[in-house]
Each structure stands twice: as C-alpha cells, then as structure tokens.
Design a protein. Structure first.
Length: 323
C-alpha cells in the first residue's frame, strides 16, 4: 500500500511556513560573513551535541567541540564514539540523496558503527519505545520495514508539498516505522535537516536539534499524538522549532558583524556584571525584545554556558564557561 498522510493544512501551518521562508531567505541573500561562517561551524557542533543529548549522551557542548576539532578527551568511550560517528555522518550530508534508501543505510552505518551489531541494516526484530516499562509506541513488524521505507521515500520524492511540511511528515513517519534497532531518533532528525538542506542549504548547519532538545518533552508528546493519528500536532511543533532555530541564526548574523560581540557574548557579559539581571533588564540594555533574550537564555542554559539558581525575580545567573 502506498503511503499517503492524512493531513489538513491550516492557516497556522501556512503562516509558519511563510515566516520561516522569509527568515531563511535573509540568510541566503547574504554573502557569507566572518560571523556567519563561524556560526555554521558552531551550529553543526550544537546539532550533534543536542541530538546525542536527546538520546542520553552526557558529553558537554565543549566536549563535542573538542572531539570535532580532533582533540583527545578522557570521557566514556561509547559517548565519544557517538559524537565521532555523528560527525562522520553529518560531514557526508552533501552527498546523500534524501529519497534514497541506500543512502539512508549508508548514513546509519556511519552513525552507528561500533554501537550496534548490524549498522547500516534494517532491523530484523520487533522494537518499541518504552517509558518506565510502559509501551509508548510499538513499531510495525520488521518484515514490513523495507517496503514501508520504500513507500515513504517514493511518496516524499513525488510530493508537491512545501519542503518545510514534507520534512516534518517524513520525520514523523520515519519515527513511526522505526526502521533500525537503534539510532532511529538521530537518523530521523538528520534526515529532516537533509531534506530541508535541499530546499535551502543553510539547513545543513542550522542547529534545529538544539531547539528540539530544549523542548524535548513536547517533542516526544507530539510524536506520540501523531502516532495516534493526529499528525498535524507534530508538524506544527516542528515548524515552531524550525522557526526558532532560523530566527536565532538570523538574529546572530544581524547583530554581530566581524569584530563585534555576538548577542550571547553580550548576555554573558551582562550576567558577569549583574548576576541578578532579569530577562526584561537584559532586553532593555540590548535594545531587543524580552522574548528574544529568553530564547537565548534558554539555549545557553541547555548548552551548559550559564545556569540559574532561585526564582525568576530574585534568583541569580552564573556563567559556567565561555562558548
């Protein structure tokens, strides 16, 4: 049976797609600046760090950056290998065909080499997603996986849906099929970015995974709801996540020309001088909205750059390290 999603595209989706398209075109229209090139590098590191962290990897962003720079770090061997493998898989993105099952298997082999018994092969057993022993999702029978993946690839390659919506549907359906014994989450997120990168190349390094990690509870909740038949919940969630990632990138390249501080560096400086500064106060100093500052504070907290103790009004910020 050929795959066809049960989908109703509403105004909220269309507005989000339009807003994202406008934002990402602002990236595409620019000649690569020093700051933009720097953000591409850090964006890839943040993507790999966050996608691994979603799956339980405990390495910090600083650890991940050191590994990607070829430095030797004394950490858990498996967790280090997860990062090295993810880097290898991501470095090959330009050569993948997003609608090729063969390329999907190649990427999985790179991503999971040394981590599973049969990397680069579809599963030959039943799998499920459990929480506290309670099944959240029981995947289709393993005998059905090859043709389910093939149907998804065929539908995706011929669909006339906007890539922003198409990529969300692919991601959702991929997680439903759960084609591998392990690595399904990492591969689903990688392939989501891959599909988007064929629409706009900036998505090859935009850290969408970082925003998924920040909102990981809603990520899993929306996947579960889509598993029950409401795919629009996941699509809307992911479109909001993508918009946050693109908005952050545009914000950074617009704010920090060569030789100037980035917005995150400016926030870190404010915190160093005034640990009790609220998001509202920071927004006033920087001349931006409170929402923008809160978005950066959330991202910086998850990345392990800063932390907060106490309440929103009386608590204090503390810098952990420089990004």
């Amino acid at each position: 049976m050929t795959y066809a999603p049960d989908l109703i595209i509403d105004n909220e989706m269309l507005i989000l797609v339009s807003e994202i398209a406008v934002l990402v075109d602002r990236i595409s229209e620019r000649s690569p600046t020093h700051r933009q090139i720097e953000l591409r590098r850090t964006g890839r590191a943040r993507s790999i760090h966050s996608s691994a962290a979603i799956e339980g990897n405990r390495l910090s962003l600083e650890d991940v950056t050191d590994i990607m720079d070829g430095k030797r770090i004394l950490r858990d061997h498996r967790e280090v290998l997860e990062i090295k493998n993810a880097q290898r898989a991501c470095d090959r993105m330009d050569g993948y065909d997003p609608f090729s099952a063969e390329d999907l298997l190649t990427a999985h082999r790179l991503m999971m080499d040394g981590l599973v018994d049969s990397p680069g092969m579809f599963r030959d057993c039943g799998v499920g997603v459990y929480k506290g022993g309670v099944p959240l999702h029981i995947a289709p029978e393993h005998e059905d996986v090859p043709h389910l993946v093939s149907d998804l690839m065929d539908w995706s390659s011929s669909s006339d849906l906007h890539p922003l919506i198409l990529s969300c549907i692919f991601h959702c359906r991929f997680e439903y099929i759960h084609p591998f014994v392990d690595g399904n989450g990492r591969m689903g997120r990688l392939w989501h970015s891959l599909i988007l990168s064929r629409w706009r190349s900036a998505f090859s390094h935009l850290p969408i995974e970082n925003w998924i990690y920040v909102n990981r509870r809603e990520y899993y909740d929306s996947l579960k709801e889509s598993d029950e038949g409401n795919i629009t919940v996941f699509i809307k969630f992911m479109l909001r996540i993508i918009k946050a990632a693109v908005d952050e990138f545009v914000d950074e390249i617009s704010y920090a020309p060569k030789g100037q501080k980035s917005r995150k560096e400016s926030i870190t400086e404010i915190i160093t001088q005034d640990p009790g500064a609220t998001a509202e106060k920071m927004a006033g100093i920087l001349g931006v909205s409170t929402r923008t500052v809160k978005r950066h504070l959330s991202s910086m907290t998850e990345a392990g750059i800063i932390r907060r103790s106490g309440s929103d009004k009386t608590g204090k910020w503390e810098t952990i390290r420089k990004e």
